[in-house]
Design a protein around this ligand. Structure first.
Ligand SMILES: O=C(O)CCC(=O)C(=O)O
Length: 264
């Protein structure tokens, strides 16, 4: 197993975990190179908002990502799938990904939010895996979480007028006086988080880039609701679930999940 019993316990209790397993060095270099390439060939898109690099063209043909196969294969890393199996069970779908790369001096914050606010999955049996390409620290805007907050419901989110990487933030009253825990990662390390965990990250005003990629997995027993309201973000970054390809990674699919593509 690539995730220990006590790491799984930590995830269940606190809503996130950073397992001791990490990507081998060669794969870290590959990840960095592929992130660098995709950022370079999509200079019109903010590097914190590169959505679905594992799909040819991204979500709506907006991405020039000739290396989408690389990003898809990375989602199939055996050790990562074993972790997801331990959290979600055997039946797993890959349904999303996003590169969050915060450039030095100019990296956007991600407001505190719960992923479940945005997502079309019913019931919300999901897990995100965030993989660090660069060192992720307090000064370059690492992921910050409110431990244990995944045990609560999905709270009201309010539209955010600031220049941030997401346009809705959790109403401040739910997070006032709560302690934020910083997830510090070295390149190749990863963290898993629950869709109800309250999390976000600060701006990067340091001289060090902070890049990572997150993969979104769900149980294939849940439904991917293609009729769910799509989000049209003010910054033009739109998300459309109606025709998004999703991949059955392991196990069986539920009849009505409309899994479009399989990949081996
Ligand atoms: O990379 C970040 O700073 C935020 C990531 C995030 O919100 C997520 O993976 O759900």
């Amino acid at each position: 197993m690539t995730i220990t019993r006590s790491e799984i316990e930590h995830y269940k209790r606190k809503g996130y975990v950073s397992p001791s397993w990490q990507l081998p060095v060669k794969k870290i270099d590959l990840l960095k190179n592929n992130i660098n390439k995709i950022i370079k060939s999509n200079s019109d898109i903010r590097p914190e908002q590169i959505v679905c690099p594992h799909i040819e063209g991204g979500t709506r043909g907006e991405l020039n990502n000739i290396n989408h196969e690389y990003f898809l294969r990375l989602a199939y890393t055996n050790e990562i799938i074993n972790m997801i199996k331990a959290i979600l069970g055997n039946d797993i779908i890959l349904w999303g990904s996003q590169i969050f790369s915060k450039p030095a001096f100019d990296g956007m914050a991600v407001p505190m939010h719960q992923d479940s606010h945005y997502w079309p999955i019913e019931p919300m049996s999901t897990c995100s895996v965030w993989i660090a390409a660069d060192r992720s620290t307090e000064i370059n805007g690492c992921l910050t979480v409110i431990e244990g907050s995944h045990k609560n419901e999905t709270y009201k989110h309010v539209t955010n007028n600031n220049k941030t990487a997401l346009n809705a933030a959790i109403d401040n009253k739910y997070i006032q006086n709560k302690i934020k825990k910083h997830i510090l990662l070295e390149p190749g390390q990863l963290s898993l988080h629950h869709s109800n965990l309250i999390h976000g990250s600060n701006k990067n005003i340091s001289p060090y880039r902070r890049a990572g990629i997150v993969y979104r997995y769900m149980s294939s027993k849940s439904k991917f609701n293609r009729k769910a309201k799509n989000h049209n973000q003010k910054d033009g970054h739109s998300v459309n679930y109606s025709d998004r390809p999703i991949w059955l990674i392991n196990g069986k699919k539920r009849d009505n999940t409309l899994v479009k593509y399989f990949y081996k």
